[in-house]
Design a protein around this ligand. Structure first.
Ligand code: PEP
Ligand code: MN
Length: 355
């Protein structure tokens, strides 16, 4: 299905990368909301975020201040002129947020993973013209992410964007949520004019990762950043480890290098020609390798041998992994390539054996 899209840019917001949305993980008190908003507005930020309803893993945690906080966001609009946005997870949240004049909504990662909940939100939004940002589902499932966009688009909402906030995994060594950049990159390929906003706060889960992740997102040509910022991060009621002060946010944004997306230089097209030639050669060599693999298959069949010769397979992976490393590539990358090549060789040999 083709999405029918229109710009998410609100009046007065420049069409310039990065589009920045900033504000605390959660609205906690009127003072915290206002103080953070004023500091952000002073730094020139134009769109304010704050969670009013917080999805928590376990009961008993801080579940958000609820409707009361919407009045504070209204106050932010009035006092600073910033646009305000918040997360909605149910039809009731949608009604309350719209009633309070919220300018932009986002659908949280846990909600995107649930088609019933997304449909409920879509139904509640029917006939409303408001930008909606859909966070990726917690699990790395691009179809589920696109499905959520389709549901909201089918309800008539055209001002859609996505937020890449990383994917849940059991292994939390570096990231709180693995970036799995290939997923938003594939989304860009599938729906090129859909704005992608990166959420380095929830990907990294810690302050020191916000700058490098933001830079990576910009280098990939993503459109914006949504960053959690709090007037007193250490005392935040949720996600304290990943929130930064408006001052630090401003510092990080100023250091970002924004590269141009399209560089129509002659040099670039020359280099691309060379890449095409390399890719051609790779295909030729691969098909030669597969022909030989099939010959080996015939030999194995005639001599009643099993296809999988584990010793030989390990030898190839080890040898090519270290050779790749010597040539300046990641050994794990080369292993992956050879695993894929080996898989195809085995498939081709199976064909021969079963003939
Ligand atoms: C949030 O933005 O504060 C939030 C709850 O994010 P996510 O849905 O990505 O976990
Ligand atoms: Mn958060």
């Amino acid at each position: 299905m083709e999405l029918e899209l229109e710009s998410i840019l609100l009046p007065g917001i420049e069409d310039k990368r990065p589009l920045v949305i900033a504000g605390p993980c959660s609205a906690e008190t009127e003072e915290q909301v206002m103080s953070t908003a004023k500091q952000l507005a002073e730094k020139g930020l134009k769109i304010y975020r704050a969670g009013i309803w917080k999805p928590r893993t376990k009961p008993g945690g801080f579940e958000g201040v609820g409707v009361e906080g919407l009045a504070w966001l209204k106050e932010v609009k009035k006092e600073t002129g910033m646009y305000v946005c918040t997360e909605v997870a149910t039809a009731k949240h949608v009604y309350e947020a719209l009633k309070a004049g919220i300018d932009m909504l986002w659908v949280g990662a846990r909600t995107t993973a649930n088609p019933f909940a997304v449909q409920e939100i879509a139904d509640a939004l029917k006939g409303v013209d408001i930008p909606v940002l859909v966070k990726n589902p917690v699990n790395p499932d691009l179809e589920l992410w696109i499905g959520a966009l389709e549901r909201i688009n089918n309800a008539g909402l055209k001002r859609l964007g996505v937020i890449h906030r990383g994917f849940s995994s059991y292994d939390k060594k570096i990231y709180r949520n693995l970036p799995q950049w290939h997923i938003p990159i594939e989304l860009r390929r599938r729906i090129p004019n859909l704005p992608i906003i990166c959420d380095p706060s929830h990907i990294g889960g810690k302050r020191e990762l916000i700058a490098p992740l933001s830079q990576q997102a910009m280098d990939l040509g993503f459109n914006g950043l949504i960053i959690e910022s709090h007037c007193d991060p250490d005392c935040a009621w949720s996600d304290a480890a990943q929130q930064i002060t408006p001052d630090v946010l401003d510092y990080i944004l100023n250091l970002l290098v924004i590269r141009k997306e399209i560089q129509s230089t002659e040099n670039l097209s020359q280099l691309r020609k060379q890449i095409d030639e390399c890719d051609n050669n790779l295909i030729q060599e691969l098909s030669k390798r597969m022909r030989i693999a099939r010959e080996i298959g015939t030999y194995k069949k005639e001599h009643d041998m099993t296809i999988l010769q584990t010793g030989r397979y390990n030898e190839i992976l080890e040898k090519r992994g270290s050779q790749g490393a010597l040539c300046g590539m990641d050994a794990e990358f080369i292993k992956k390539v050879f695993e894929a090549i080996h898989e195809e060789s085995v498939r081709q040999q199976m064909e021969i054996i079963n003939k």
